[in-house]
Design a protein around this ligand. Structure first.
Ligand code: SF4
Ligand code: SF4
Ligand code: SF4
Length: 357
C-alpha cells in the first residue's frame, strides 16, 4: 500500500487503519473503536508504560509491546485480544491485587474503580501469589483529599497529572522494587507540601488511593445523578459534571471532551467550592440596614431603596461619583444589561467586573 509522509497504514485486529507518524498504537486503536485495556494511561498525560496492561502482539515482534508508548510503523499488523495477551494481563492483575487490599465493600471508589473493573473483566477470582497484609497509615491532613497508600497501584497518574496539568510537581516515586511508593513533597504530609488543592490527582487516580475529602462517605458513583453544566465561578466557563444525590450536590468533576477549554480540569473553586449552595448561612433575600442593624427586606423594597440612593447620589455629586462592579457569575446578557444601566441610565463609564480575579 502506498503512503505519504503524513499517513501510516497499519492493521489492527483485521481493521485497516491509518494513523499519523508518532501516533501510538493505543491512540489509533481508540480512534478505530478497538478496545485495549489500560491502567497507567490517561489521555493528555505523557505515556508511562508502567502497568503493562495495554500490551498487544505485533506480527514478527519477539515480545508483546506496550500499546500506549509504542509508535505505529508502516505495515504493522497488530492483535489486541489473543489468548496469550489475556493470560498475561490476568497475571499482571493478580500481581497488582496481591499487594492491594481487597476492600471494595468499604472503598470510596467502589463502582468507579479501573482496577476493580479489570479484575471483573478478566475474572480474577484466584490470586496465585502471596498476599501482602501490612498496612501504612492514611494521610488525611489535606483539606480536600485523603491519600491511602495501601490502595496505590503505582501507576504514576497522580505524579504526571500534578506535574503536567497543575505544574506543581507535588508527588514522586520513592524507593525501589517492592519498597516503591509515592511520596508527597519531600516525604511530607500533604498539608505541608506545595499542593494547591486542585484535585487533579484525585480525578487522575484510577483506584481509591486518592479520594476527595468533602464528598467522602456521601455516596457511590452509581447513586449520583450526573448533570453537565458550566462552572459559574469565573469567566473561563469550564465544563463540569455535578454529581447530585437526594437533591444535594455532592461533588463536581471536570468534563473531558474536545470542545472544552478546560479539557477535563477544574480549579479548587470549581471542584471543591460548591458547598455554599446548600449552606444554611447563604443569603436568600436582601437586607437593608435600618438604624445600624440589617433587616430582612423584599426584593421590591431593596430595589426601591437602591434606586432612591443612586438618584440622590447622582443629583448631589454627579454620575461619575458612582461605579458599578458586576460579576463573572452573571451571564453575558446580564453583564450587557448591567453596563447599559450604568452608561445609559446613570451616565457613567465607571463599570467593571470580577472575571479577571
Ligand atoms: S481501589 Fe478499587 S479494587 Fe481496590 S478496594 Fe477500592 S474499589 Fe476495590
Ligand atoms: S491537589 Fe492538585 S496540586 Fe495538590 S497534589 Fe493533587 S494535583 Fe497536585
Ligand atoms: S495514588 Fe493513585 S494515581 Fe497515584 S500512583 Fe497511586 S494509584 Fe496511581
Amino acid at each position: 500500500m502506498s503512503s505519504n509522509n503524513n499517513e501510516v497504514h497499519i492493521e489492527i485486529d483485521g481493521i485497516q487503519a491509518i494513523g499519523k507518524p508518532n501516533e501510538t498504537i493505543l491512540t489509533v486503536a481508540k480512534r478505530y473503536g478497538v478496545y485495549i485495556p489500560t491502567l497507567c494511561h490517561l489521555d493528555g498525560l505523557t505515556p508511562a508504560g508502567a502497568c503493562r496492561i495495554c500490551i498487544v502482539e505485533v506480527e514478527r515482534a519477539r515480545l508483546p509491546v506496550i500499546s500506549c508508548a509504542t509508535p505505529i510503523m508502516e505495515g504493522m499488523k497488530i492483535k489486541t485480544d489473543t489468548e496469550m495477551l489475556r493470560k498475561s494481563r490476568k497475571m499482571t492483575l493478580e500481581l497488582l491485587l496481591s499487594e492491594h487490599p481487597h476492600d471494595c465493600m468499604v472503598c470510596e471508589q467502589n463502582g468507579n474503580c479501573e482496577l476493580q473493573n479489570l479484575a471483573y473483566e478478566y475474572k480474577v477470582d484466584n490470586i496465585r501469589f502471596p498476599i501482602k497484609t501490612d498496612k501504612e497509615p492514611l494521610d488525611d491532613t489535606s483539606e480536600v483529599l485523603i491519600r491511602n497508600p495501601n490502595l496505590c497501584i503505582l501507576c504514576g497518574r497522580c505524579v504526571r497529572a500534578c506535574k503536567e496539568i497543575t505544574i506543581r510537581d507535588v508527588y514522586d516515586f520513592s524507593e525501589r522494587g517492592f519498597e516503591t511508593r509515592i511520596i508527597a513533597g519531600l516525604n511530607q504530609l500533604q498539608k505541608d507540601t506545595e499542593c494547591v488543592s486542585c484535585g487533579e490527582c484525585v480525578q487522575a487516580c484510577p483506584v481509591g488511593a486518592i479520594t476527595e475529602k468533602p464528598s467522602f462517605g456521601k455516596g457511590r458513583i452509581f447513586e449520583f445523578t450526573k448533570t453537565k453544566t458550566t462552572c459559574s465561578y469565573c469567566g473561563v466557563g469550564c465544563q463540569m459534571y455535578l454529581h447530585v444525590r437526594d437533591n444535594k450536590i455532592i461533588k463536581a468533576t471536570g468534563v473531558k471532551d474536545e470542545v472544552n477549554d478546560n479539557n477535563g480540569s477544574l480549579c479548587v473553586k470549581g471542584r471543591f467550592g460548591n458547598d455554599y449552595i446548600h449552606s444554611p448561612e447563604r443569603l436568600t433575600s436582601p437586607y437593608i440596614r435600618v438604624n445600624g442593624k440589617l433587616e430582612k427586606a423584599t426584593w421590591d423594597e431593596a430595589y426601591d431603596y437602591i434606586t432612591e440612593k443612586l438618584l440622590s447620589i447622582k443629583e448631589k455629586h454627579g454620575p461619575d461619583s458612582i461605579a458599578g462592579l458586576s460579576s463573572a457569575k452573571c451571564t453575558n446578557e446580564e453583564n450587557y444589561l448591567f453596563q447599559k444601566l450604568f452608561r445609559r441610565i446613570i451616565g457613567t463609564n465607571n463599570v467593571d467586573h470580577c472575571a479577571r480575579l
